[in-house]
Design a protein around this ligand. Structure first.
Ligand code: BG6
Length: 607
């Protein structure tokens, strides 16, 4: 997720662009840049790091003349966070500059075609193909050039474009990434969201997918993908800037829970082509995989629990034994790792000290390594032989949500990809691909099916202890569910393999002790049902998570949360969502500092 902004009017554009980018910095902050038109030329200033560096370089914009321009703050997806990869990107002839938020899924083939046509690339980004296409198609009419260009693109894009032959004009295009126009007095704007606009105007136009806009100081024109003018309503923004940063949600955590359908879609869909799972970024060959005797997954915190959840799918589908090890343990355990081991290291930040140390230890013992990371160019990403990025966008809340679900989604896809690469014939392959493609929609259903969770939170928010139980994948998800509850609501919570409760912990169950029972795997439902009856007979209150039509569980549970039917091998991506919401609303009920829980850090970069 990146932030884009544009301004055209009579004032100096650069200071306004910088101010807008500061408001968008929560959307991405590894590099930034502005491009401003002045006397028929486009000047570009770009930096790595925060907007403050760009302000310093441009003397808060005062060193950059011109009254129309575009700006960008980046969250890297393709290409490390370097100055060359920062936006805006220029065409070879210098007449066009572009900023982009989104992912161009077919950029590799477009890049090859453009290089063959004589265009040279300055960056590794997917975005740069767009500005060269515009140069190629421009014959004096920007609308026509933009329509031809976007007809070639597959993926998501919110674009801002300027052309030195059209002074004072901005062009904006929206497809599956947010883009809003700001309507001022003798000046107009565009931005990724209202935070960048609300200090200048509260009159906005929301572009729809497939719409284009042409802005000048005194006009705003919108047209559709065929170039036909579109009448648009001007809306009034009532939010303040702070609320707008969180998209109107009270906390970043809730915003990021709600972003999960989009985050999982952004992570999955570019890797499914013509019904096949593809990992173009992986250098692992069939030969490499066939000599792997075991997979070791290592990580910390929720990333470790993501590995626990995916172990079942990895083993069942790729037939490779999987061990999941805490990084802080593995690094000192003299691990049995060698050149027949594939180490999968998972880290949202890519900077967790224990995880980095475990990765180095495994490499020293000859393991092939594959990192699943959310931050492009992070230390884990640089150290591993192979990297698969989760395209979740920046995760601001300390307690991860979309980081976890996108990690599990990648691991589930890898399970299917490994099997396919090793030539394992599996009649379920098409079914697995269909299930994976449906995950974003299933997550949305899981959100929509659980409007009763705030009320459940009121009932359970002052519990002394909560026990999460489940079997198989349900058990793995209960580990993450219990951690979420502890992390943000500070209630003591423990996760147990449902069958294990009777071997000791059941001694702690007393009248009204809450037990959250995960029952999302039909094959072992009966077993968990008997565990529910066991704890109920000792006075527990059971809050079950299951399918809506699961009468056996529904009839014995005291309270219920639901998920839609999902293949148990991949269900962790969906099951965790009601548990995230439960933890969130309990913490809210308890007045906790949800986005910054006490004693915790977003990434623990020390031992
Ligand atoms: C903790 C975070 O500090 O580190 C967790 O609060 C996270 O959310 C864990 O799961 C591991 O962090 P990372 O960045 O390596 O996934």
């Amino acid at each position: 997720m990146c932030g884009i902004v544009g301004f055209t009017g009579e004032q100096s554009a650069a200071p306004i662009l910088l101010d807008g980018l500061k408001k968008l910095e929560y959307r991405g902050y590894d590099s930034a840049g502005i491009a401003v038109m002045d006397h028929g030329c486009i000047s570009v200033n770009k930096v790595t790091g925060r907007i403050a560096n760009l302000c310093e370089k441009t003397k808060d914009g005062t060193a950059v003349p011109g009254a129309a321009g575009i700006g960008h703050t980046r969250w890297a997806t393709h290409g490390a966070p370097t100055e060359e990869n920062a936006h805006p990107h220029l065409s070879n002839d210098g007449r066009f500059a572009i900023v982009h938020n989104g992912i161009i899924e077919n950029y590799l083939s477009l890049r090859e075609e453009l290089i063959k046509d004589g265009y040279h690339f300055d960056s590794e980004t997917d975005t740069e193909v767009i500005v060269h296409l515009i140069e190629m198609y421009y014959k004096g009419d920007m609308r026509d050039a933009l329509i031809r260009t976007t007809n070639r693109l597959r993926g998501s894009y919110a674009l801002g474009v300027i052309c030195s032959e059209e002074p004072g004009k901005l062009y904006a295009v929206r497809e599956a990434s947010p883009l809003i126009l700001g309507v001022g007095v003798d000046e107009n704007y565009f931005a990724s969201d209202v935070t960048a606009l609300v200090n200048y105007t509260r009159n906005v136009i929301y572009l729809e997918d497939g719409e284009f806009a042409e802005l000048s100081g005194n006009s705003v024109k919108v047209f559709d993908c065929l170039g036909k003018p579109v009448e648009k309503k001007v809306s009034r923004i009532l939010w303040d800037v702070q609320a707008a940063e969180k998209g109107g949600y009270e906390h970043f955590m809730l915003k990021e829970i709600m972003e999960q359908p989009g985050a999982v879609k952004a992570t999955i869909s570019p890797r499914i082509k013509d019904g096949k799972i593809v990992f173009e970024e992986l250098k692992l060959t069939a030969k490499d995989l066939l000599r792997i005797r075991k997979i070791v997954i290592t990580a910390c915190g929720s990333a470790y629990y993501a590995g626990c959840a995916a172990k079942y799918a990895l083993e069942k589908i790729s037939h490779i034994p999987v061990e999941v090890e805490l990084a802080s343990e593995l690094r000192y355990s003299d691990p049995m790792i060698d050149n027949h081991t594939l180490l999968i290291v998972i880290s949202q930040s890519g900077e967790t000290a224990d995880t980095i140390a475990a990765l180095k230890e495994a490499k020293a013992r000859g393991a092939r390594t594959l990192a699943i990371v959310n931050v492009v160019g992070s230390t884990v990403a640089k150290l591993a032989d192979n990297v698969v990025y989760t395209w979740a966008g920046p995760e601001i809340a300390v307690a991860t949500t979309k980081g976890y679900t996108t990690q599990v989604a990648v691991l589930c896809m890898l399970s299917v990809w490994f099997a396919d690469m090793m030539g394992i014939e599996d009649e379920n392959y098409p079914k697995y691909v269909k299930e994976l493609q449906a995950l974003p929609r299933m997550i949305q259903h899981a959100i929509d099916m659980n409007s009763s969770i705030p009320a459940l939170a009121k009932k359970y928010h002052d519990s002394k202890s909560l026990f999460f139980i489940g079997r198989n994948t349900d058990y793995a998800v209960s580990l993450e569910g219990a951690l979420k509850m502890k992390e943000i609501s500070y209630l003591h919570s423990e996760a147990y393999a449902a069958g294990e409760l009777k071997h000791g912990t059941i001694a702690l169950i007393e009248e009204h002790t809450p037990v959250i029972a995960l029952c999302c795997n039909p094959a072992i439902m009966e077993k968990t049902l008997s565990n529910i009856v066991e704890v109920k007979s000792r006075g527990a209150e059971v809050l079950a998570l299951t399918f809506r039509n699961n009468q056996k569980i529904v009839s014995v549970a005291d309270d219920l949360m639901f998920i839609p039917k999902v293949d148990p091998l991949f269900s962790a991506v969906v099951e965790i969502v009601p548990l995230q919401l439960l933890a969130y609303y309990v913490a809210k009920e308890n007045g906790c500092d949800i986005d910054k829980p006490k004693n915790l850090a977003k990434s623990v970069t020390v031992e």
